[in-house]
Design a protein around this ligand. Structure first.
Ligand code: GCU
Length: 419
């Protein structure tokens, strides 16, 4: 297949030299003060749920739109849904496999997303579902020969996925485990929404929303993470209409940059009943004011297309940000939120992720929910929390069976299901 629709104005490459001399010394973490999630910009305290919902929450959402992720345009975008296949008996009889295409443009060469949906074959009635974007194409999620080989991006070139990559991310998805616990799994390849490189914008959904005469994003227009989050909401639009799915029980899960994406999707769209951030790090769950691990300089230099241009103004000036990640997490309240870290993933600053979850607690409390319940970081493999949960496991930056076991337990608890 062709390499898509190159747009000359976007042909920028991302070869900037990138600084990675992060601080990993806890004794060199400078003191910082977090903005108070429960104080309005005019200095007034937020003492009740109504003031939170009507004033403070919109204020905080606006801060993240203006200074970090950029604004997600509100329509118009009519999505055409094409159900390509519905196959019972997938995965040795464990699942019904549905493959759907969401067409975002009337132009046949325009962007479209391939949604793969597994529903537990044994399920009676609509199933709760985990939804997540995947990094390597739907075929990578399970070694299932029935998954269509769609196009994927390799080093800025689009080509049909290689059959040899079937199931090469199965460890991160644990499809049988999820289905065995009675949950459906829905996933889309994130490159379908926008390929992940500086200049990838020309192949994704963002230009569909350019204003007349616009050729590049404004300083507060959405970045790629905003576009990926938008794609998750379009998947929800579909799931809400599919009777095999319980649309009140949609959990969004994302790892790393897609964990940042899951948080931003959950902050904007209350249809995500549970939000799970797996090692989302800087620009996601971890506190920017804590100078440990990745910083804004690295994030915005290595990945200039992820956020809005305004975010770059805070490189080296993180304490001047009018918000921090605890406020992003608070936007998800009172819905259940899980933040997870890995011991060796120091770049994501596990403690900064934990402290953001702790500091979202007062907003959960205001809304009648129990947060993490401690400000002491737990040891390895000791999950803590209630409506806000946290764990840190041994090992590297990854999604593992251990993580999925915790997310499934959490979803069972929050959805009132028997394990
Ligand atoms: C890089 C980046 C992180 C990001 C990660 C990922 O390491 O610096 O911010 O979370 O990629 O998405 O894997």
């Amino acid at each position: 297949m062709s390499a898509g629709r190159p747009l000359a104005f976007l042909a920028v490459s991302c070869c900037a030299a990138v600084q990675t001399n992060y601080n990993y010394d806890e004794s060199k973490v400078k003191p910082y003060t977090l903005p108070d999630a429960l104080t309005l910009l005019n200095g007034q305290p937020v003492r009740d749920a109504a003031t939170w919902n009507e004033w403070r929450r919109p204020e905080i959402l606006h801060l993240f739109e203006t200074y970090q992720y950029g604004r997600t345009p509100a329509g118009p975008c009519s999505v055409r849904v094409e159900t390509v296949s519905t196959e019972p008996g997938a995965l040795g009889g464990l699942a019904i496999r549905k493959q759907i295409v969401l067409h975002f443009s009337s132009d046949p060469a325009g962007p479209k997303a391939n949604l793969l949906l597994y529903v537990p074959a044994s399920h009676r009635g609509p199933a709760p579902v985990f939804l997540g974007l995947n990094f390597n194409g739907n075929q990578s999620v399970a070694a299932d020969p029935g998954i269509r080989l769609n196009e994927v991006w390799t080093r800025q070139t689009r080509q049909t996925a290689d059959a040899g990559t079937r199931g090469n991310q199965a460890q991160q998805w644990q499809v049988e485990k999820i289905l065995g616990r009675g949950y459906a799994l829905a996933t889309i390849y994130y490159g379908d929404i926008e390929p992940d490189f500086d200049g990838g914008i020309g192949y994704g959904v963002r230009p569909l929303f350019f204003r007349a005469g616009q050729t590049a994003p404004a300083a507060d227009d959405w970045g790629a993470i905003g576009a990926w989050a938008w794609g998750l909401s379009r998947a929800v639009d579909y799931l809400e209409k599919d009777p095999v799915i319980d649309a009140q029980k949609i959990a969004v899960m994302g790892h790393s940059r897609l964990g940042k994406t899951a948080l931003w999707a959950g902050a904007q769209d209350a249809r995500f009943a549970i939000v799970i951030s797996n090692e989302s790090g800087e620009g996601g769950a971890s506190l920017s004011r804590r100078n440990y691990g990745e910083d804004l300089r690295h994030l915005n230099t290595a990945f200039p297309h992820w956020f809005c241009a305004n975010y770059r103004r805070y490189i080296g000036h993180e304490p001047l940000l009018p918000m921090d990640s605890h406020m992003l997490l608070a936007l998800i309240a009172p819905r259940p939120l899980y933040v997870a870290s890995a011991e060796e993933d120091r770049g994501s600053d596990p403690r900064g992720e934990f402290l953001a979850a702790v500091n979202a607690g007062p907003v959960y409390a205001l809304l009648g929910k129990h947060g993490i319940g401690t400000d002491q970081m737990p040891g390895l493999h000791q999950p803590v929390g209630d409506a806000v949960a946290y764990h840190i496991r041994a090992g590297q930056h990854d999604v593992t069976a251990y993580d999925w076991d915790r997310y499934l337990d959490f979803a069972d608890r929050q959805f009132g299901r028997q394990p």
